[in-house]
Every structure is written in C-alpha cells, then in structure tokens.
Design a protein around this ligand. Structure first.
Ligand code: HEM
Length: 133
C-alpha cells in the first residue's frame, strides 16, 4: 500500500506542475486577442483545478505515508522534512489566497501569490529528495 501512496504522491506532483504552467500561460492570455484569450483562460482554469486536486492528493498521500512508514511523527524525520512541510504549508496558503479569497480578483495578488506558491513547491520537492534519498 505504501508504494500505491507514493505512486499517487508523485503523479499528484505532475498535476501540480500543470498549475505551475499557469505562470507562463497567464501573461500570454493577458496579451492575447479576445478569442484566444478566452481559450487560454479556460485552459488556465482547468490547470488550476487539476493543480488543486494534485495538492489535496499530496496532502492525503503524504499523511498516509507518514503514518504507514514513519509512525505518524514528523519529528522523527530529518529536519529537512519539517522544512519541507513548512514550504508545503506556504504553498497551500498561497493557493487558498489566490483561489478562495476576495484577493482572487486582484491580478497582482494572483501573480505574486502564484509565484510564491510555485517557488515553495519547487523547494518542497528539493527538500523531499534531500530527506528521502
Ligand atoms: C506540495 C506538496 C508536496 C510535494 C511537492 C511533495 C514531494 C515529494 C517528493 C518529490 C517525494 C519523493 C522523494 C524521494 O523519494 O526522493 C515525496 C515523498 C514523501 N512525502 Fe511528499 N510532497 C508534498 C507533500 C507532502 C505532505 C503534506 C506530506 C506529509 C504530511 C508528505 C510526506 C511525504 C513522505 C512521508 C514521503 C516519502 C516517503 C518515502 O519514500 O519514505 N509530502 N514528497
């Protein structure tokens, strides 16, 4: 079962990567002519949704693996794991702010919040690799 959880964990990271692609698609959509812009915004919305599903699955499978193999206690793992959790929390807060609060209607907040969430996820991957290699 652990392998199944880790498989889903890594596939979920692929879903999150789609949302990271929105950092490149967003500026293109803003510059594009109306019909193309509408299409790009539809793709951006889809990637955002898939990314949110991926982040939720990362939490669920991560907690699952933590209990399955490490007794549910993150303190028993190297400090890099706690740092990883910190960056995951930062990414999650960023996603909540840009998708579920009134700030989601403010393009500068969405752009900066999105970049912070993207960077936090990349750092979380680095810290995961350093923890479990
Ligand atoms: C943005 C969120 C997350 C990302 C990008 C992420 C990324 C990764 C990656 C890349 C690995 C594989 C590391 C390797 O084998 O070298 C991994 C493993 C793991 N992650 Fe996450 N993770 C996230 C969230 C979480 C959360 C929320 C938890 C727990 C609360 C968690 C717990 C674990 C555990 C326990 C393993 C490894 C298990 C093992 O192979 O022994 N992850 N994660």
């Amino acid at each position: 079962m652990f392998a199944a959880a880790k498989f889903v964990h890594l596939v979920s990271l692929g879903l999150v990567a789609l949302a990271i692609a929105n950092a490149f698609l967003g500026p293109r959509a803003a510059r594009a002519a109306a019909p193309v812009r509408n299409e790009l915004f539809a793709v951006i919305a889809l990637f955002g949704r898939l990314g949110r599903i991926g982040l939720l699955l990362l939490w669920l499978t991560g907690i699952w693996m933590l209990f399955d193999r490490y007794g549910g206690n993150p303190a028993g793992l190297p400090a890099t794991f706690l740092w990883k959790l910190g960056f995951v929390v930062a990414a999650t807060i960023g996603v909540i702010v840009i998708d579920y609060t009134p700030w989601r209607h403010h393009p500068p907040v969405v752009a900066i919040g999105g970049l912070i969430a993207d960077a936090a996820i990349v750092v979380a991957v680095l810290l995961a690799v350093l923890t479990f290699n």
